[in-house]
Design a protein around this ligand. Structure first.
Ligand SMILES: [Zn+2]
Length: 193
């Protein structure tokens, strides 16, 4: 069977789903979930769009905290933010910049990996982030980038080349833009069901 690839939505975590912490989110009491995150993920799920979280956690590679701790904190965050299980898989990059991995954004390695694992059509997919590195990773993978003003967004947008990504308020407005641009999606998904 040769299934048609389907579009997906890639999300950065810190600054998109939860408040960004400049020294990295290390403990549960530092986690601040944005008020619209649960509902935004639910809407993507309802639309039949598979969601992937792509997050740089170089605090691990820098030796600040071990991977198991960051990973279990991430699971706890996702349980709280995604009770409807919209997120198919999370890709955490634990590497420090000098490790030159292909999964640390702006490298697009995790997007390509998700596309391969879950048969995602990158050309019809979206990425929502609050940083230029998210935008560049999306563009390198052929995914349409949306940059939000939450988290580091406002400061990052000032540094960004004009027109590199569509600017929107936050995840809630980003999801509305995505759903508006995929009106044909439902039928396509029914075919695949
Ligand atoms: Zn990496």
């Amino acid at each position: 069977m040769n299934e048609t690839p389907r579009p997906g939505v890639f999300l950065d975590r810190d600054g998109v789903l939860i408040e960004n912490v400049s020294t990295y989110v290390r403990r549960w009491d530092e986690v601040e979930i944005y008020p619209y995150s649960v509902e935004s993920l639910r809407r993507l799920k309802e639309a039949g769009l598979p969601v992937f979280v792509i997050t740089n956690q170089s605090i691990v590679g820098r030796g600040g905290i071990d991977f198991a701790t960051i990973d279990s904190l991430h699971q706890k965050i996702m349980e709280a933010v995604d009770p409807h299980h919209a997120v198919v898989k999370s890709y955490l990059c634990p590497h420090a910049p000098e490790e030159n991995c292909d999964c640390r954004k702006p490298q697009p390695g995790s997007l390509f990996r998700a596309a391969k694992e879950f048969n995602i059509d990158l050309d019809r997919s979206f990425m929502v982030g609050d940083a230029v590195s998210d935008v560049l990773a999306a563009r390198a993978a052929g995914v349409k980038p949306l940059i939000v003003k939450s988290g580091r967004g406002l400061a990052q947008i000032q540094k960004m080349e004009l027109g590199l990504a569509e600017v929107t308020e936050n995840l809630e407005t980003a999801v509305s833009l995505i759903l508006a641009q995929l009106p044909h999606l439902k039928n396509g998904l029914d075919e695949l069901a």
